[in-house]
Design a protein around this ligand. Structure first.
Ligand SMILES: Nc1ncnc2c1ncn2[C@@H]1O[C@H](COP(=O)(O)OP(=O)(O)OP(=O)(O)O)[C@@H](O)[C@H]1O
Ligand SMILES: [Mg+2]
Length: 442
């Protein structure tokens, strides 16, 4: 596009853009008015007014020319000067070489032009300080200097109109910016509510503002309610199913214990497996419905989880806590969920590797908990797959470690999403195994 470069100079916020849309026509209007109207109007007025003064000056020069001697001359000068309110000096002080005016004196040029055309015996004109006009005229007796107020030849200062327009423009801009701000506030509030919901927080929000904005707000509330309802239903249904399966399983186990031990052993193994699956299922379901947001000291929480593993003799170390200076007090998270997510990640690391390292990075807008191990890791092409529920990769390597349900990483990913974040898998540089980044929004 031709105007692509213009985009870079466009304000980025809606407020700035709306203000620009409002201001541009006003500014253009002011510019056009100032240039065409002021110029033409004031020059016209100036010429008209000047012609009146011209007649008076012609009369003065005629009368002075008629004077026979010096006394008559002085009498004529005094009489006419007083009557017409002109300051006449005769003989005159020396005239300047060029006509003079201030450079910003717009109507001054018109005054000089009009006087120059109308006066036949003109020697020079000088405009002083915008309020005094002085002309040098040639008469038979020599040169005469005549002074009169500027108001008599040009309408009062045209700058005043410009100042007025600018002040009015500023006032209009101010008023409209106040209105604009009020119109944009509902949009900002909705955006904040949507952002919070994306991070798993439901903040109170009631739609206000113009019809369209209100409609969008209503739609957002409906959508939010539906998503919440769906999550609740899913949780209820899954936990109901899992729970109901437990009773018959327990009965089955009881029945098996009555049988011959040798025959029952493989069956008991199957039942145990089913039990584990159901427990995993329940865990998965509880993932994001488990607990509410709480203000917690994230450093304490992470340290605690690592210490718990350490106490049971596992090789888990907290390597690094980075960016505590970006922390100003507790952060809002679901502590149980974070605990479970870390337990899943560290548990995986211990199951598929031997040693696990944990790092905590605190940023302005996010938290990152990194769990690394020295196991075989997950090949890049299998990482997406590993995050899906019920997937166990490469069953051969899992066998001797006791097979899992395949829900661990899916639960962690769910928890990350409920915190407005994500779970990223990669390769650990220091240990060579899997690196799991649990990123959470603050
Ligand atoms: N740290 C790791 N190193 C290597 N492979 C891993 C690691 N973590 C997970 N995997 C692979 O990803 C698969 C999915 O992991 P996930 O935690 O979801 O399930 P799981 O550990 O098999 O079962 P559980 O539900 O008991 O956690 C695992 O079966 C394993 O093959
Ligand atoms: Mg696991």
């Amino acid at each position: 596009m031709m105007f692509k470069w213009l985009k870079r100079y466009m304000p980025r916020s809606l407020y700035g853009r709306a203000l620009l849309i409002l201001l541009l026509p006003v500014l253009t209007l002011q510019l056009v008015i100032s240039i065409s109207f002021i110029q033409r109007h004031f020059e016209g007025v100036t010429r008209q007014m000047t012609s009146t003064v011209l007649l008076e000056l012609e009369y003065l020069t005629d009368e002075v020319a008629k004077a026979r001697d010096d006394v008559a001359l002085q009498v004529a000068v005094a009489r006419i000067g007083a009557a017409l309110e002109l300051e006449v000096v005769m003989p005159a002080p020396p005239a300047p070489r060029d006509d003079g005016r201030l450079f910003y004196d717009l109507s001054g040029r018109a005054v000089i032009d009009a006087l120059g055309e109308g006066l036949s015996h003109l020697r020079a004109i000088e405009l002083i300080d915008n309020d005094q006009v002085i002309v040098w005229l040639e008469v038979p007796q020599g040169v005469m200097q005549v002074g009169f107020p500027r108001q008599r030849v040009s309408a009062s200062n045209p700058h005043q109109l410009i100042v007025l327009i600018v002040v009015l423009g500023a006032l209009l801009t101010f008023i409209s910016s106040v209105f604009l701000r009020n119109q944009l506030r509902p949009i900002k509030r909705m955006s904040a509510a949507a952002t919070a919901f994306g991070k798993g927080r439901t903040v109170p929000f009631s739609p206000t503002g113009a019809i369209e904005v209100r409609a969008a707000g209503m739609a957002f509330i409906d959508m939010r309610a539906r998503i919440e309802r769906q999550t609740q239903q899913r949780t209820l249904m899954l936990s109901g199913v899992s729970h109901d399966l437990r009773t018959p399983l327990t009965r089955l186990k009881l029945g098996l214990s009555m049988l011959d031990a040798e025959e029952a052993a493989p069956l008991e193994g199957d039942v145990d497996e089913m039990q584990r699956l159901i427990d995993g299922f329940l865990d998965f379901v509880r993932g994001d419905a488990g607990d509410d947001l709480e203000a917690v000291d994230i450093v304490d929480l992470v340290t605690e989880v690592v210490a718990d593993f350490g106490r049971s003799g596992q090789a888990v170390t907290l390597r690094d806590v980075h960016g505590t200076e970006a922390l100003d007090g507790p952060v809002q998270v679901r502590p149980m969920a974070i605990r479970r997510a870390m337990q899943n990640l560290v548990g995986n690391g211990l199951r598929y590797g031997r040693a696990v390292e944990v790092r905590l990075m605190i940023g302005e807008r996010s938290l990152r908990i990194t769990v690394e191990d020295d196991g075989p890791g997950i090949a890049p092409e299998n990482r997406d797959e590993a995050l899906r529920p019920f997937t166990r990769l490469d069953p051969s390597r899992n066998q001797d470690r006791g097979s899992g349900v395949g829900l661990g990483l899916a639960i962690v990913a769910d928890i990350a999403r409920a915190h407005g974040g994500m779970l990223r898998l990669g390769e650990s540089a220091p240990l060579g195994g899997l690196k799991a980044d649990l990123v959470l929004a603050r």
